[in-house]
Design a protein around this ligand. Sequence first.
Ligand SMILES: [Ca+2]
Ligand SMILES: [Ca+2]
Ligand SMILES: [Zn+2]
Length: 328
Amino acid sequence: MARSRRPRPSMIRRVYPALALGGFAVVVAARAPELPARPAKAPFAVRYRNVVSPDRVRVLTVVPGEKVTLEVAGIASGSGFVARPSAGQIAPLGTAGGRWVWSAPLAPGRYPIQVVSPDGRDSVTLQAFVVVPLDGLQGEVLNGYRIGRYPAKPRGASSYTLPVGFVEVTPENADVFVSPHFRLKQFLCKQPAGSRRYVVLNERLLVTLEYVLERVQAAGYRATTFQVMSGYRTPAYNKAIGNVKFSQHQLGSAADIFIDENGDGRMDDLNGDGRSDIRDAEVLYRIIDAASARPEGQGLIGGIGKYPPTAAHGPFVHVDVRPGHARW
Ligand SMILES: [Ca+2]
Ligand SMILES: [Ca+2]
Ligand SMILES: [Zn+2]
């Protein structure tokens, strides 16, 4: 089966010569000039809750005043590591180093925390967001943004847990990276909105998307990121489009994705047959399914579904981080 292998000549990195800053030539990737030049992963991991990953940018959502344990992992000793919060209080845990409790501020907003290696050369940024708690939702609207009503948890459904709250998306924070290859705004619900918008983000979903992207690249396909056709869906929007009542999208735990390196807004021709159809979604689906079975993929991938194109959209793959295993 023919594949679009990387690198292809079209993926040329442009060099802007005269931008010499103190003698350094500035090199940027043509399609994503804002991405940092250094690798997406740090030589150490940071753990909080049930999330552990060396991604240099991570998302952390907390309720106002919440205390979260942060821990350096994946190396022999956490001694000498420093955690620098932009707000809130940080206190070391134990004497071995590399463990802290962060007490989040009370006001909703973004409060990045840097975890820096002993030599100061490596760091991981936790994009911490204090959310507007779910119980701050009065009726079905939050500050003019229509949320709708979360269905009560069905009995015995472990895969459905109500979100703790909402991240406010503003013009100032919409473009921030919540993982090395994904921005906050990519997960917004596709519903009409005024200036104040809200999103629910599952921290593990970002780790999963980064892992899947890595596996796609390892399989020889060109993918600098995924296009997120649908990330978070408010219950109001989910109902309006007639989706299942307990959709993982309402929890910020699912993304409908496709690869679009040629920028035509549609899944690329991954199997090289000259068409963009369900077979290309199947290529991506199989990679994600295989990724879920690998040791490092344990617990990262819950549901995977593949979808053919319609008049409204091209082919895509749904991936979510529900507990357990679902395939369709
Ligand atoms: Ca395309
Ligand atoms: Ca194809
Ligand atoms: Zn979906």
